[in-house]
Each structure stands twice: as structure tokens, then as C-alpha cells.
Design a protein around this ligand. Sequence first.
Ligand code: NAD
Length: 357
Amino acid sequence: MKNVVVNSPIGVVVIGYGGMGGWHTRLLKQMDEFVIKGVFDIKDERNKAAEENGFKAYKSFDDVLADNDVQLVTVAIPNDVHKDVCIRAMQAGKNVVCEKPVSLNSAEFKEMVDTSKKCGVLFSVHQNRRWDHDYRTIKKIFDENTLGHVFNIESRVHGSRGIPGDWRNEKIHGGGMVLDWGIHLLDQVMQITAGRKLLSVYAQFSYVTNEECEDGFKILLEFEGDLHFHVEVGTNNFINLPRWYMTGENGSAIINDWGLNGKIVMVSDWEKRDAVPVETAAGFTKTMAPRTKDTIKEYPLPQVSGDIKEFYRNIKASIEGREEQLIKNEEVMRVMQLIETVFLSAETNSVITDIDF
Ligand code: NAD
């Protein structure tokens, strides 16, 4: 038990009142399990904004740490300062939730986890996209073996606004799309493929709108059991490719967007192989001729549920010793090691096969 009375609401302070800090306060405000004690931001105007929204703004981080009514600190500040702020909070006896990417590399993350063990407090990472319904849908189709042996999964996120003009543009702050969006997508990949050995990694970065930090990437991952993943982020894409595409021996699934538009198409008759050839402008193909309607069947995507409040409910239950953390630090460590391998592959333009995590 870490500094709390079971069944009482947990006093929480959000550090950093920017885009994501605001999101955490809005979520926590809806939950009886937590009482928001206030926020702290290094910028006066953000503290003022917090006060206008009805939150106490602490005068300093030390004031937060000295407040005995604060049992949990949620850290939502730029990536390069996660480590120091989280460690100081844990050393002051606070349980800590840290935004993703938890740190800039696996060594920093180890330091943070070691501190939580030494101080006997909870330390968890906000890998919230495990509750996104697009991910849960593709995982359900995969887990239930709906398509038979799946050999290819493609996960893409496309935007057309470049990298926002803030700290995300600067390496020193942990900018770039690998640490920003890659961390979510690779975490999802590692959840889907849990238990399988990762055999190879190949990554290419793009710098279309930004010279310093990668504004997009393509990552190819091969897992044991003949499973290949294509993970892609683009910030200069004016037409989006589907969020998810999965192909198995008996069918394909597509999820076009976060609105869950998509479908499953399954083969219903393998025997009927006759195809009506397609005449292109300059040729002819039977191999690529579309299937006739009588050999395939279309299905809607399965229904999934998922409520991000479950993340914070589990944080409370873990602090009180009633549940294990849903976001396990060993899982986060594996993703951090994968991210390092991705950077190595892109820097050396090589396929990395020497993988021991
Ligand atoms: P932001 O720039 O909008 O806000 C960051 C805030 O932190 C700013 O107001 C800044 O003044 C403040 N700050 C900086 N250093 C501080 C310090 N030492 N102490 C207190 N305040 C400090 O950034 P953001 O978009 O809110 O991102 C914050 C974190 O949240 C990043 O790690 C980012 O990767 C993460 N994030 C996660 C998600 C998600 O879905 N999980 C989405 C967006 C951002």
C-alpha cells in the first residue's frame, strides 16, 4: 500500500497544463475515485488558465511535493523532462503516472523504474491507445483467428499538418514522430504479438517538413510464425491510407479510420478458381482479377468495448495493492528497446536481426 487509505478518493496533481494536462484533468474530474488537488505548470499563463478552469495552481513543484494530501502525480510535460520530474516526485513519496514516451531511452526508463522500487511507490505509463477501439477491433479479429493464419498487418496514422510548431520539432526535447506516435503504434504491435519472438526490424524515416526531427517513418517488423508488420506514420499525407489492414489465409480486414469504418472480407469458395480476366490499358491479368461475388462474403467489423477510465481505476487499485498494473513496466521497457532498434536501423539503413528483447 502506497500512502493511501483504501476506498478514499486519491488526491492527484497534474504537472503540465498543456494539451494533454488539460485532457487528464477533464478525465479525472469525471471520476469519483480521484480528487484533483490542483495543477502545476512552469508557465504563468498556463497556471492562470488552470485557475480559470477552477483548479488550484500550485506555486512551485516543491509545493506539490510537500502537500501530504497529494498521493498521485500525473506528469504531462515535454518528453525530455519526464525523467527528472518523475524521479523527484517518487523520491517525495508520490505515486506517478507519466505520459508517453516515458523517457528518451531505455536507460532513463530503468532509472525511473528502479526509483519507484526503491521508494515503494507506483510508477506507470499512460499507454492510453490500448483503449482505442480501432486497435481493440483489429486485436479481436487477430486473437479470435477470424482470418485464419494472419501473415500481414499494416498499421498507419496519416496527417497533413507536419509536426506541430512546438517542442516536438526539437530533438533535444525528444521530438520526432517515432517518440510521439511510434511509441503508441509499436506498443500496440507488441501487445498484438505478445509471446512471439521478434526476428527483424527495418526502419526508414522521412524529413519532408522538418530537417531536425523525423516527420514520418516506415517500420517493417518480422515476428516468428510468418507474421509481418508494417507500421507507418506520415505528417504530409493529404489522402490517408487505412488505419489498419490485415491479411490472413482466408480473408482480409480493413479499418479505414478512428470512426471504425471498415469491413472483413472472407473467401467462401476456395475451389471456384475461374476468374474473369481484367483488361488494362496495355495488358491483361487473370491473377489480379477481382473475385466474383459468389466466392467471397463480406462481414461487418466485430463490436468491441473499452473505456479509458479503466486505466485510472487500475492505477488506484494498483496503488491500494488490489490489482496488478495493466500497463506493465516490462512491456514498456520492451517497446523502449524496440524504439532504440528502430533508430539504429534508420541511422545505419540496415535490417537489424540481432534482437535479444
Ligand atoms: P504541451 O506543449 O501542450 O504542454 C506541455 C506543458 O508542460 C506546457 O504547458 C509547459 O509549460 C509545461 N511544462 C514544461 N516543463 C514543465 C515542468 N518541468 N514542470 C511543469 N510544467 C512544465 O504538450 P502536450 O501535448 O500536452 O504533451 C505533454 C506530454 O503528453 C508529452 O510527453 C506528450 O508526448 C504526451 N502526449 C500524450 C498523448 C497521449 O495520447 N497519450 C497525447 C498528446 C501528448
